[in-house]
Design a protein around this ligand. Structure first.
Ligand code: CA
Length: 224
């Protein structure tokens, strides 16, 4: 189920869209402030972000710019009540994938979301298909379709490495972001859990296909 991160400070719109998009098989997580959206993105993955333009803390355009820099693979739609054409131009200039003026017909929004999701899914070619898939709702990770038998700490650490694929993730970052590690943050226990994950996914630490150790820092997911 595609997951949409909606940043909208109007509770009425939020409620309406959550229900409406839900009917079309789109799961909506709504937050009313950019800082909360950024917090969410640090721990979860979303397929698309829908941003209001007038927001507290920072403008939707500023937030879009930030998201495009940090999460270039996530499409962004900007929606706004302002009828200012210059906003629209700026939105596209800073990389927004679409722009929709309020009030709009929710059916139009659904159609645009579906179109963008389709376009992005075509961008990732079949040979780049992931070996592992994370289901954050069930807290499960599958390896080529098979559900892995992971403890909560193993799940959380592996999901984090997969989310930050091809980036080095430090032990400090793992200790700070993974709930199961907050009260037990010794580097050693992180290493023990990673070695258990490796064992379960059949990865050889000496010649890794998936998880590489980065000496003195942490780990990096190197697979597809
Ligand atoms: Ca607003």
């Amino acid at each position: 189920m595609p997951r949409i991160l909606m940043v909208e400070d109007d509770a009425q719109i939020t409620e309406l869209l959550e229900t409406y998009l839900g009917r079309y098989g789109l799961e909506v997580m709504s937050v009313d402030r950019p800082s909360v959206a950024l917090d969410k993105l640090r721990v979860e993955q979303y397929d698309l972000a829908l941003l209001d333009l007038g927001l507290p803390e920072m403008d939707g355009l500023e937030l879009c710019k930030l998201l495009k820099k940090q999460y270039p693979q996530m499409p962004v739609i900007i929606s706004t009540a302002r009828h200012d054409v210059s906003d629209k131009v700026v939105a596209f200039e800073i990389g927004a994938d679409d722009y929709i003026a309020k009030p709009y017909d929710p059916r139009e929004l659904v159609a645009r979301i579906q179109m963008i999701l389709k376009r992005y899914s075509q961008l990732s070619s079949p040979e780049e298909a992931s070996v592992f898939a994370v289901d954050p709702v069930k807290m499960q990770i599958t390896q080529e379709g098979q559900v892995l038998d992971l403890t909560q700490a193993e799940y959380e650490i592996f999901a984090l490495l997969l989310q930050k694929r091809h980036q080095v993730v430090s032990r400090e970052f793992i200790a700070g972001s993974v709930d199961a590690m907050r009260w037990e943050s010794s580097d050693r226990s992180i290493d023990v859990i990673v070695s258990r994950i490796r064992h379960k996914i059949g990865d050889d630490p000496k010649d890794p296909r998936y998880i590489r150790s980065v000496r003195g820092v942490g780990y990096k997911y190197i697979g597809a």
